[in-house]
Design a protein around this ligand. Structure first.
Ligand code: AMP
Length: 542
């Protein structure tokens, strides 16, 4: 049996609520297969790597088996490293948040044993530990295994490589025989199969089978960046490459909504598309995207299936997908109809291994791309600026402006070249720079300068600030304002700048040229049932 949705599972309501809180929209392929089998009580051999959602794949059935009314130890997860033990423990804590009375504890070497003993005495139903330290506790009789109903060996191949075989066997012989045993491993060498033969009962082998797909006309890059810098890096990519339309992928709907708010706050025309939205809502977003009213769509894998638009020039994997096949589906949103496309994947630390898997699977090379510098962003903007200047020069219809310049030159004692430079500065702005610390996963640091995204690129001289009499109190978000203005007036998202939503009112920066059109068209309209008053803001509110 395989599930398509989490709500097909008959599991504790608390776990279901946590899945919802975490924003997991659909089970990843390994979860779809492993969870139902484990819930039926079978032993399992799961072939999966980090990043595929394997932790939740075993944690959900494990938590379902735990009796929260008993304080005894009921489940054990063995991990090769303390980092992984902490990570698994963290995920399990999130999944069990609404299961009152459930205690999980990571136990690993390097942490004072007395602290662990104290915590264990308080009653812990699940431990996540490294083999050496678990043995230590068994020998000290601070861990009693006689009520353990389930044991999971996570990254079993790594544990064997690290020489934990004997410890693992000792632990397995200490756990009652009528237990359920699950083993997860990225590779399946003979040593692992020997272990499963010896310690598992009729295990079900779970592996995700994939179709072959091609991605030949898409240039693929990865950018090494930490989570904290991703937003900045994304905005720089968009500024430098200036794609017509961009699709950005996140793994959760919560992540998609957060990213959209952050992009909107920086003045980008973005909206989200995910499985929680009704079909009618999705259609509205897709129409806006197709029309270019918004030029960035932040989507989850579930929603992305319907994106079939030729003008998508760039795809960004804000988070690496949980399955190689998703990767192919994602980047396949660009490079359509024989056109060239570009795809960026953000990765850091453990993600590097997943990238290698993706390369192997797609039989293609994903090249490293450095973080665009502020210089790159500036160069692009200046290039565009002069293109525009050249066009105007060729058209030649600027007699009025010529007269202004002549008058100015008669009155002032500046050289023409200085005047031009000052005009450029006024039009493009002079960026306030801040640093992005570019790090490789191997820890080398290099400092680079950066800008704060498009928000700072707006030149106040070209923008008019509008005041709207609605705000947070009316449950208004930046995207409502953007959607409403774009929808009512047909202006492109790019002509709308910063949107600052306050409790009772909102300020919106718009291109000077279209400010009056917006005011006239929006006057007396309604946003979320509230009659709108829209006018030019007072200068002091800038
Ligand atoms: P893992 O392979 O267990 O290391 O998981 C990788 C990441 O995927 C973790 O950050 C999880 O929180 C996240 N994750 C697990 N299951 C899902 C899901 N069904 N949808 C979205 N994200 C998930």
């Amino acid at each position: 049996m395989e599930i398509n949705k989490f709500n097909e599972l008959e599991i504790n309501e608390g776990i279901m609520k946590s899945i919802e809180d975490l924003g997991y929209e659909q089970p990843s392929p390994i979860q779809a297969k492993a969870i139902p089998v484990m819930l039926e009580g079978h032993d399992v051999i799961g072939q999966a790597q980090t990043g595929t959602g394997k932790t939740a794949a075993f944690s959900i059935p494990l938590l379902e088996r735990v009796d929260v009314n008993s304080k005894k130890l009921q489940a054990v997860v063995l991990c090769p490293t303390r980092e992984l033990a902490i990570q698994v423990s963290e995920e399990m804590r999130k999944l069990s948040k609404h299961m009152g009375g459930l205690k999980t504890l990571p136990i690993y070497g390097g942490q004072p044993i007395n602290r662990q003993i104290k915590a264990l005495k308080g009653g812990v139903q699940v431990i996540i530990g490294t083999p050496g330290r678990v043995i230590d506790h068994i020998n000290r009789k601070t861990l009693r295994m006689d009520n353990v109903k389930m044991i999971v060996l996570d990254e079993a191949d790594e544990m064997l490589d690290m020489g934990f075989r004997e410890d693992i066997e000792t632990i397995l012989t200490n756990v009652p025989e009528e237990r359920q045993t699950a083993l997860f491993s990225a590779t399946m060498p003979k040593s692992i199969l020997d272990l499963t033969k010896k310690y598992q009962k009729d295990p079900v082998h779970i592996k995700v089978v994939r179709k072959e797909l091609t991605v030949s006309n898409i240039k693929q890059f990865y950018i090494e960046t930490r989570n904290s810098n991703k937003l900045e890096v994304l905005t720089r990519i968009i500024d430098v490459y200036n794609p017509k339309l961009t699709v950005v992928f996140t793994n959760t709907k919560k992540g998609a909504d957060e990213l959209v708010s952050n992009l909107q706050a920086r003045g980008y025309g973005a909206d989200s598309l995910h499985g929680d939205m009704k079909q009618a809502q999705r259609d509205i977003v897709m129409d806006k995207f197709r029309a270019g009213t918004i030029d960035i769509l932040v989507a989850t894998d579930v929603a992305a299936r319907g994106i079939d638009i030729d003008d998508v020039e760039c795809v960004v994997n804000y988070e690496l997908p949980q399955d190689e096949e998703y990767y192919v589906h994602r980047i396949g949103r660009t490079g359509r109809a024989g056109r060239a496309g570009i795809a960026f994947s953000f990765a850091f630390g453990r993600d590097m291994r997943r990238l290698k898997d993706i390369e192997r699977y797609t039989k293609s090379k994903i090249e490293k791309h450095s973080i665009p510098t502020v210089g790159d962003v500036e160069q692009r903007k200046v290039g565009q600026f002069f293109e525009g200047v050249k066009e105007t020069l060729e058209e030649g219809s600027f007699a009025k402006q010529l007269q202004w310049v002549e008058e100015f030159c008669d009155q002032e004692d500046y050289s023409l070249i200085d005047i031009c430079a000052a005009i450029i500065k006024n039009s493009l702005g002079d960026e306030e720079k801040h640093e992005i610390k570019e790090e490789t996963s191997r820890g080398r640091d290099r400092d680079r300068n950066g800008n704060g995204g498009r928000k700072k690129n707006y030149n106040a001289a070209n923008m008019t600030r509008l005041f709207l009499n609605v705000g947070r109190k009316q449950k208004i978000q930046a995207k409502d304002i953007l959607g409403s203005i774009a929808g009512e007036t047909g202006v492109a998202g790019k002509q709308i700048g910063n949107i600052d939503v306050y409790d009772k009112y909102t300020f919106v920066d718009v291109d000077k040229k279209i400010a009056m059109t917006i005011i006239n068209k929006m006057k007396n309209r309604k946003i979320k049932g509230n009659k709108l008053n829209i006018e030019k803001a007072n200068r002091k509110s800038k």
